[in-house]
Design a protein. Structure first.
Length: 236
């Protein structure tokens, strides 16, 4: 049901560095923040967009009017930054379609993390999840130090104490080259930049009865804050 699509995975953490903390609408500011968040990944073209390796210009604004479904399927850079990510505990449930992080220009992410599965895999490394609990090794991208950030996150999570273990073990997975369910769009897991935890406790809208349901969350906020501390955003 369309009204349920405001939420994707309540237990997914996706690395977006600092790029989603901006206020949408200022071309110069948005592009400068993207350039600072992903140093050396592309050439900044003031007032226009970014030039990807190989010479392709990715425009900031493609000039198209878009409904929510089109924003998901064909976003530009302006659309990607349209919804600021609010760090910290929310004061109220998110509004309908308030989903920062879901508008992902495919060409942008391929330029950052790899043009195809082989290139993406070449930049992955295994990081052991919760080593004190003998957790599995998760494949994660080394681009922009994501693997190092995840190691710091894991160290902080281990310091939380055993009462948090039910939400941390076993993890739901990391790298998985696949489309988002029911679409042709690549999942962020395809780039090795997303981690799922606590699958038994999640409230993914597709798993709810008839694909519907009100906003739910059972993930302790202490876990979310640790991921946010290192630049990840939360799908919940």
């Amino acid at each position: 049901m369309k009204t349920a699509k405001r939420f994707f995975m309540a237990t997914r953490f996706l690395l977006y560095l600092s790029a989603l903390s901006v206020v949408w609408g200022d071309t110069k500011e948005d592009l400068e923040i993207l350039a600072a968040a992903y140093p050396g990944a592309f050439e900044l073209v003031p007032g226009q967009g970014i030039r990807l390796p190989g010479g392709t210009l990715l425009p900031y604004d493609d000039g198209k009017q878009k409904d929510f479904e089109t924003l998901l399927e064909d976003p530009d850079l302006e659309d990607m930054l349209r919804l600021p990510y609010p760090p910290g505990a929310p004061e109220k449930p998110p509004a309908l379609n308030e989903d920062p992080g879901r508008f992902r220009p495919d060409a942008f992410f391929r330029a950052l993390y790899g043009r195809n599965e082989a290139e993406i895999r070449s930049a992955l490394r295994p990081v052991q999840w919760m080593p004190s609990l003998q957790g599995p090794r998760l494949l994660i991208s080394t681009r922009f130090g994501i693997d190092k950030k995840l190691k710091n996150i894991i160290a902080d999570l281990e310091a939380l104490g055993p009462e948090y273990h039910p939400w941390l073990m076993p993890p739901g997975g990391s790298f998985n080259y696949r489309p988002v369910a029911g679409t042709s769009r690549l999942s962020p897991h395809s780039f090795g930049i997303a981690v799922d935890i606590a699958v038994p406790s999640s409230h993914y809208w597709l798993w709810e009865k008839n694909g519907a349901g009100e906003y739910k969350n059972s993930i302790p906020w202490a876990i979310v804050e640790i991921f946010e501390k290192y630049g990840f955003i939360w799908g919940g």
